[in-house]
Write a protein that binds this ligand. Structure first.
Ligand SMILES: *Cc1c(COP(=O)(O)O)cnc(C)c1O
Length: 379
C-alpha cells in the first residue's frame, strides 16, 4: 500500500501543504552534530504528515543511517519508493506480517517470546540469521520486554541460533521533562540490561534510547544512535522544550487563498452555531480549508492566520471545508494568500501555537493534516 495513492492532485485547489526539505536536512544535521552520534530519522505516520518518502530521502542525504516507521506497510512504502537504507519497525508487528517484513528487508523490533521464536524459525528456513532490535521496557509499560522478564528474554535471544541481535533499545516516558527522576532511573535500568546482555555474549552495534527530547536534554540517553522524530520536522516535543531554542527550524507551511470576501455590518453572526458576531462594520474573508483537512475544530475563535502580512483572527466555528477570517478595515480580495502555518512577510505562525490553543501537542496537529491536502516538497 502506498499512501501516495491517497494523495490528491495538485493544482486544482489553492489549499496546500508545502514542505521545505532543506529545513529537514538542516534539522537532521543539527541533531547529529548536537548528539555526536548516528541518527535514526523517524518517519512514521507519513513522516508526521510531511511525506515519509520525501522526508526519508532528505534525512538520508543529511547523513541519517537509519529510518524508522511504526508499521510494516510504512516500511514497504519506503522500499517501493526505492529507499535502500536500513529501516527499523519500532514495535513488533503481528506474526502474520513477518513474511512481508522480511521480504521488504525491514528490521523488526522484538520483545515477545513467540515473536522471537517465529523470527528464529524464519531465519532457519532461509538459512540466514534475522537481524533484530530487542526492545526493553524500562519504565513506560507500553511495549518491550517487561522488567521482570529481561534476563530470561536476553537469554532466549542469545541462544537463538538464527537471530542476530543488532540492536538493544528502550523508550523514555518523560524525556521532555528535564527535572523528573524517572529518566535517570530508566537509563540506569537500561545500562544494567546492557551489562546483562554483554554477560550473555550480546554486543549489539546499536544501543539506543533517545527520542528528540532525550537527544536534546539527556546526553546519557544518546548511546550509539538517536531516534528523533518531531525534531527533524523542526517542531517542539513539548511547550517546555522549544525546538527553536535548539536551532531547529519548522519545515512545514500550510497555505490557502481567500475564496470569498464580504463587507458585513456590526453584529452580523457567522458560521455554524453563530458562535461569533462582527464586533464592528468590516470585512470577512472565507478560506477553503477546514477540519477535514486537519484544522482542529477546537481552533474556532481561538487562532490567527496571516493575510496581507498581518495576523487576523480565525472567527466562528471551523467547518468541514472552510473557515472565516475577520479582516476589520482591511479589504481582502479573492486570491489573496492566506498562511495558516508558517511564515508570511515578517510574521510566523507556529504549530506550537495551534497545539496550545487546541490543548494538544505538536505531534497530534501535524499527524492530523489529512491526506486530502496536496503536499508540495521544495528544496
Ligand atoms: C515515535 C518514536 C520516536 C520519535 O519520538 P519523537 O518524540 O518524535 O522524537 C522514537 N522512538 C520510538 C520508539 C517512537 O515510537
Amino acid at each position: 500500500m502506498s499512501s501516495s495513492a491517497l494523495r490528491v492532485r495538485t493544482g486544482l485547489r489553492p489549499t496546500r501543504l508545502e514542505v521545505d526539505l532543506a529545513a529537514v536536512r538542516a534539522n537532521v544535521g543539527r541533531l547529529a552534530a548536537l548528539a555526536g552520534v548516528d541518527v535514526c530519522a523517524v518517519v512514521k505516520a507519513d513522516g508526521y504528515g510531511h511525506g515519509a518518502v520525501e522526508v526519508g530521502r532528505a534525512a538520508l542525504e543529511a547523513g541519517a543511517r537509519w529510518l524508522a516507521v511504526a508499521l510494516v506497510e510504512e516500511g514497504i512504502e519506503l522500499r517501493e519508493a526505492g529507499i535502500d537504507a536500513p529501516v527499523l519497525v519500532l514495535s513488533e508487528p503481528p506474526v502474520a506480517a513477518v513474511p512481508e517484513l522480511l521480504q521488504a528487508r525491514l528490521t523488526p523490533t522484538a520483545y515477545r517470546e513467540p515473536f522471537l521464536a517465529v523470527l528464529d524459525a524464519a531465519g532457519h528456513e532461509r538459512g540466514a540469521p534475522v537481524g533484530v532490535h530487542l526492545k526493553l521496557d524500562t519504565g513506560m509499560a507500553r511495549v518491550g520486554v517487561p522488567p521482570s522478564d529481561i534476563t530470561e528474554r536476553l537469554g532466549q535471544a542469545a541462544a537463538a541460533r538464527w537471530l542476530a541481535v543488532e540492536g538493544l533499545l528502550t523508550h523514555l516516558a518523560r524525556a521532555d521533562e528535564p527535572e523528573v527522576a524517572t529518566t535517570g532511573q530508566q537509563l540506569a535500568a537500561f545500562g544494567s540490561a546492557l551489562d546483562d546482555a554483554a554477560g550473555l555474549g550480546l554486543h549489539p552495534q546499536w544501543r539506543h534510547a533517545a527520542n528528540t527530547a532525550g537527544a536534546l536534554l539527556h546526553p546519557a540517553s544518546r548511546y550509539d544512535l538517536i531516534r528523533p522524530g518531531i525534531g527533524i520536522y523542526g517542531l517542539s516535543p513539548a511547550a517546555e522544550v522549544p525546538a527553536s531554542d535548539h536551532g531547529l527550524v519548522p519545515a512545514l507551511r500550510l497555505v490557502s487563498e481567500v475564496s470569498q470576501a464580504k463587507w458585513v455590518p456590526a453584529g452580523t453572526p457567522a458560521s455554524y452555531g453563530h458562535r461569533w458576531r462582527a464586533p464592528e462594520d468590516g470585512w470577512l474573508a472565507t478560506v477553503p480549508i477546514g477540519y477535514a483537512d486537519g484544522v482542529p475544530r477546537a481552533l474556532s475563535n481561538r487562532a490567527q492566520v496571516l493575510l496581507g502580512g498581518r495576523r487576523q483572527p480565525l472567527v466562528g466555528s471551523v467547518t468541514m471545508d472552510q473557515l472565516l477570517v475577520w479582516c476589520g478595515d482591511h479589504e481582502p480580495a479573492v486570491g489573496d494568500a492566506v498562511v495558516l502555518l508558517g511564515p508570511q512577510g515578517s510574521q510566523l505562525i507556529r504549530v506550537e501555537e495551534w497545539a496550545a490553543a487546541a490543548d494538544t501537542i505538536t505531534y497530534e496537529i501535524v499527524t492530523q493534516l489529512s491526506a486530502r491536502l496536496p503536499r508540495i516538497h521544495r528544496g
